[in-house]
Design a protein. Structure first.
Length: 368
């Protein structure tokens, strides 16, 4: 990857919204060059590019754009900028939040958010991932869309289950919990719908039947999405699912958030982006390493769940040995898990970079 010359860049931070975007440009030395607010149409994007190019030419630098959100509200702008040949980086909102909290009087508005994005770019331009429109990125984007939809459906299922716990208890008392091993399986849901007594309040009856039908629909919709995700990952040539603790759901989250693996020049840059890189907290002769709250939280959560699965009974022997070894070295379980997540970043990066299947270590092998 080409080395970035920080002193030759005009840093343009953009705070994106549904209808408008606010841009703030900083010189390599942090001097504010311009600020403008644009709409979300192509002609607005052209005006931003023209203004940026004009100001960049004045001081002899190359513009680089950074957006907090390159997926939803900022997707059209990100795609336009990349198609025009500009560099676009994804700046995690939590990095801007951390920068804001360091100020004496933390304040928040569109202008300050855009300014924060530009300042993060100045500090971290070497490690921030690029937004790309490669074939790999397009495949990952489709997977991310389905993965996010599945996540929404899962939350809706949890909400409906909580509601049905109350409704079924009002109708059947506590006996509904022992009738089935899983009171919300497909078989159970159909049974509850048929067995509702007509002697109960008609409004309660209709509420319960609607919730049962909706939950049954959500289960089927979720299964359809998971089948589609599996099919997309197989057709895309992704091999992450071959690693232990990485089923279709976690694989989809990892692929969707990572996108084109070539955005990350090394496992270390992916670790920083995902927040799986422990930060040093030293004082005097004492050196400690703690987990960081920065990075892509959805990606971090996927690595965390993968690590928990690896050290479970049905997980990976090498991962369990590594986890126990870190604890024997004096680390807490939480710290040992952070170390394991960092090792898993290396594995995922290698699998995606070289498109190879995960090779399970023998019983005598262990992670470094």
């Amino acid at each position: 990857m080409q080395t970035i010359n920080r002193s030759q860049i005009l840093y343009v931070g953009i705070d994106v919204h549904k209808d408008t975007h606010t841009a703030v440009a900083l010189s390599p030395f942090g001097e504010k060059i311009f600020e403008m607010t644009i709409g979300n149409e192509s002609e607005d994007f052209i005006s931003l590019v023209e203004k940026t190019k004009k100001e960049a030419d004045k001081i002899g630098v190359t513009p680089s754009f950074g957006l907090e959100d390159v997926h939803s509200w900022g997707e059209r702008l990100s795609s336009f900028l990349v198609e025009e040949g500009h560099s676009v980086t994804a700046v995690a909102p939590i990095l801007v939040d951390h920068l804001r909290q360091k100020t004496t009087h933390p304040e928040k508005n569109d202008s300050l958010d855009a300014l924060g994005v530009a300042k993060v770019m100045i500090q971290r331009i070497d490690t921030l991932p690029r937004y790309t429109i490669t074939e790999e990125a397009k495949k990952a984007k489709q997977i991310r869309e389905l993965s996010v939809e599945r996540e929404y459906l899962t939350k809706e299922r949890a909400r409906l289950k909580n509601q049905l716990h109350i409704l079924l208890h009002r109708i059947h008392n506590s006996s509904y919990r022992t009738k089935f091993k899983d009171p919300f399986s497909k078989k159970a849901l159909r049974y509850w719908s048929r067995s509702i007594s007509r002697n109960i309040d008609p409004i309660l009856e209709q509420r319960t039947k609607r919730a049962l039908r909706r939950l049954l629909d959500l289960i089927e919709e979720t299964q359809e999405i998971e089948d589609e995700l599996t099919d997309l990952m197989e057709k895309g040539g992704f091999k992450i699912h071959t690693a232990s603790g990485c089923g279709p759901v976690i694989s989809a989250e990892l692929i969707g958030e990572i996108g084109d693996i070539n955005r990350f020049k090394s496992p270390g840059s992916l670790a920083k982006y995902s927040g799986c890189c422990p930060r040093e907290c030293s004082s005097g002769k004492k050196t400690k390493w703690r987990k960081t709250r920065s990075g892509n939280r959805r990606l971090n959560r996927a690595f965390h769940r993968m690590a928990l699965s690896q050290i479970s009974r049905s997980g990976n022997d090498a991962a369990r040995k590594y986890f126990k070894r870190k604890i024997s070295e004096g680390k807490s379980k939480s710290q040992a898990l952070v170390c394991l997540r960092r090792q898993l970043v290396n594995i995922v990066w290698m699998i995606m970079k070289h498109k190879t299947e995960y090779i399970y270590p023998t019983k005598t092998d262990t992670l470094n």
